[in-house]
Design a protein around this ligand. Structure first.
Ligand code: UDP
Length: 448
């Protein structure tokens, strides 16, 4: 169902399906980001169509999330899981399927927001053949990833080239933290426009609750310390560092704790390999009595885990943003995180958590120890952490900033199409709804 006065826009998320279950191989922050900005942009008056690749023939082609926000699954390669490193070959088909969808439904999206480099390719192709405005969010940067990985895929050169091209050719790219903006400028290109708009969290779901109740519901002991990890099984997430840090605590005579690891893995997928590797390390360091592998947990139950925990640990080698940090803090749980990327932006050291050097087992053990055993300080951080997230990182706030960026971009495109004398210089400020900007524009999307 499309609203009569709504401007339709497209979000493209090649591999990260906004309607998928989160927490398994490949499904993480990007899925959450696209889904939440989509729903919140719809609340602000846009018609939001989110396009992704269909990976399962049993999945419906269209999932309606709310009256004006839907996921549309396009044919691009076989309808089965294809690893990201092999997906590029199917992106031209994605472009064709997208064009066919537009033609079939009489649509002509004037603005497309792409996510991840594979979708950037789709956006750049569409930019060549139609008058679209292009916004891009990276989610992960090849130039950073390849610095810390031994297995450089065949697609690496292509990825670097596309990540460079999108920065220079998109109307704007969104950096989700000042750190990401700096990385883009220093390692990708000094050309192109960057708008810093963070990620967010749903503060009506991730919020302060009773720790006693949360532990009761999860059947966790009231008197033991709980250390939590939430995220995918991926070597770059640094779970090994956390396990070894906990082993160090145990060596220091601290036994009364549980390490709860939340996140799923699928048989025969690369995340199962990492999970097995982590299980091996857990046995090797004698942490079996302390470990709980909780599996994949949905956002409905996840707030209980954050609330039940005394500390949430984010040992990633790198994070452009790191949603788990703000989810934990929104629930009042202090974090110990690697001093990298967006985590430096979201966490206020000593006030909402601690930042320590990545992969530094001893520093993680010390940080966890400090939070576990200074209860007064931890209690103060609980309030500060939740307040910090409410103030800076709600999806509603993020969507307002994105909506403004879209309006400005569309307004600029209209101005560039008009003779200089008739430019409306403050159109972006006066527009009250997305549709009003395009009322007299040749770019107006066909409404159905
Ligand atoms: N997540 C989840 N269930 C799980 C594991 C993870 O819902 O079992 C979610 C988590 O709550 C967060 C996202 O997956 O919203 C991970 O995002 P983040 O930015 O931390 O990491 P990414 O996956 O993008 O590397």
């Amino acid at each position: 169902m499309m609203g009569l006065n709504r401007q339709a826009i497209a979000l493209i998320s090649d591999h990260a399906d906004p309607a998928a279950a989160i927490g398994l191989e490949e499904a993480g922050g990007q899925n959450v980001y696209v889904r939440h900005i989509g729903e919140n942009l719809a609340n602000l008056g846009w018609q939001v169509d989110m396009f992704t690749r269909k990976v399962n023939p049993d999945d419906p082609d269209i999932v309606q999330h709310s009256p004006h926000c839907r996921t549309i699954r396009l044919k691009a390669g076989a309808e089965k899981y294809i690893p990201r490193d092999e997906l590029f070959a199917h992106m031209p088909e994605f472009v064709d399927s997208f064009q066919q969808f537009q033609t079939k439904h009489g649509l002509n999206y004037p603005l497309i927001h792409t996510n991840y480099w594979l979708s950037a390719f789709v956006g750049l192709e569409l930019q060549k053949i139609s008058a679209i405005q292009l916004i891009h969010t990276y989610h992960s940067l090849g130039v950073v990833k390849y610095q810390s990985t031994a297995n450089i895929p065949l697609s690496a050169d292509l990825r670097l080239r596309i990540e460079h091209e999108i920065l220079e050719k998109a109307n704007y790219v969104c950096a989700t933290s000042p750190q990401e903006e700096e990385t883009l400028r220093s390692l990708v290109s000094s050309y192109g426009k960057i708008s810093m708009i963070p990620c967010g969290t749903d503060t009506s779901n991730f919020r302060l609750m009773s720790k006693t109740d949360a532990r009761l519901q999860l059947k966790l002991g009231q008197n033991e310390k709980i250390i939590l990890y939430v995220g995918r099984f991926d070597r770059r997430k640094g779970i090994e560092t956390l396990v070894r840090a906990c082993a160090l605590l145990k060596e220091q005579g601290i036994n009364n704790f549980k390490l709860v690891i939340v996140g799923g893995s699928s048989p025969q997928m690369p995340d199962a390999v990492e999970r097995e590797r982590i299980e091996g390390i857990v046995s090797e360091v004698g942490l079996n009595p302390q470990i709980i592998f909780a599996g994949r947990i949905g956002h409905d139950i996840l707030p209980l885990y954050y609330t039940a925990a005394d500390v949430c640990v984010i040992p990633s080698h790198y994070e452009p943003f790191g949603l788990v940090a703000i989810e934990a803090m929104a629930c009042g749980t202090p974090v110990v995180a690697s001093d990298v990327g967006g985590l430096k932006f979201t966490i206020i050291p000593e006030e909402t958590g601690l930042l320590v050097p990545p992969q530094d087992i001893e520093a993680f053990a010390n940080g966890i120890h400090r939070i576990l055993f200074d209860e007064l300080w931890a209690r103060r951080m609980r309030k500060q952490a939740a307040a910090n997230v409410i103030q800076r990182f709600t999806w509603a706030g993020v969507a307002i900033q994105l909506s403004e960026l879209y309006r400005m971009t569309l307004a600029q495109s209209i101005m560039h199409k008009q003779p200089r004398s008739s430019r409306i210089s403050d159109l972006k400020l006066k527009a009250t709804s997305p549709s009003s900007i395009l009322k007299n524009s040749t770019l107006s999307a066909t409404q159905v």
